[in-house]
Design a protein around this ligand. Structure first.
Ligand SMILES: [Zn+2]
Length: 268
């Protein structure tokens, strides 16, 4: 059995890190699959990531339908993003959903795709799909953009695609959501925290590069993004190096004085 307290201490720490790094606004979230029970996952209850601080702030839900278990009664309206991604891809153990403003422009411009601009963003791969919730609304859905039912969560999870050489994994790590934000996925809390941060970082770099070309009179030219091989090999590097940023971000967020982790420091 895995030490659940350590997992949940890491989940609380990841909430703090993602707030500290401005990856999440008060409505974003991170989840982790229960390491001791493949059928449930943990995610904070209805609160901003920066104020998650104790076991009482975390809910446990069935991956099957997003319903609460072991005393959990309510929670994030959008927890179905997490239940449906975890259901469809057994290799995914952690999911981040963010409304980050550096990524948002890429969800609404249509013609400008989000690309890996430097080696820390190789995990973005060859394509970052853009989920348009408008395409899956039925006649009675409120059109508030929220992925707040299992059906909408399943439609979002599907755009990640299936990796045909490993069907338990998604083809793409990350997907945009038009007019809403993005999701990214990983095999661990540490990995998905790294992916979420570098998705926002690479978006900032891409916007600046496009702006630089435009202000230099070369607006018709694309920045030079990573090649196909560079994306693949950088992704492998991004995965094995995940504990290095994690350790620093734990250190920084703990010493910022802004957060409280009632379960103590996570493993680094
Ligand atoms: Zn959202």
């Amino acid at each position: 059995m895995v030490n659940l307290t350590a997992t949940l201490a890491s989940l609380i720490a990841a909430n703090h890190i993602l707030d500290y790094l401005d990856v999440l606004d008060p409505f974003g979230h991170i989840s982790v699959r229960n390491p001791n029970n493949n059928n449930t996952f943990f995610i904070a209850l209805q609160m901003g990531a920066g104020v998650v601080s104790s076991l009482q702030d975390i809910g446990e839900y069935l991956i099957l339908d997003g319903s609460g278990v072991n005393g959990t009664e309510s929670g994030y309206a959008e927890r179905y993003i997490h239940s449906e991604v975890l259901k469809r891809y057994p290799d995914v153990n952690a999911v981040v959903h963010s409304h980050n403003e550096d990524v948002l422009p890429y969800t609404i411009t249509g013609s400008v795709s989000l690309e890996p601009t430097y080696h820390m963003a190789g995990f973005l791969g060859n394509h970052v799909p853009n989920f348009d919730i408008q395409s899956v609304y039925n006649g009675t859905d409120p059109q508030d953009m929220l992925v707040n039912t299992p059906r909408l969560g399943a439609a979002l999870a599907a755009v990640l695609g299936t990796n045909t050489s490993r069907p338990t994994s998604p083809l793409y790590t990350t997907a945009l959501q038009r007019g809403h934000g993005f999701i990214t996925t990983g095999s661990s809390i540490e990995q998905v925290t790294e992916f979420a941060y570098y998705a926002t970082s690479s978006a900032r770099v891409q916007t600046r590069a496009i702006s630089l070309l435009s202000s230099s009179g070369m607006g018709s030219q694309n920045p030079q993004y990573l090649s196909v091989d560079e994306r693949k090999d950088s992704k492998d590097m991004n995965i094995w190096i995940r504990y290095k940023p994690w350790r620093q971000w734990v250190y920084q967020s703990e010493r910022s004085g802004m957060y409280r982790n009632g379960l103590g420091s996570p493993p680094v």
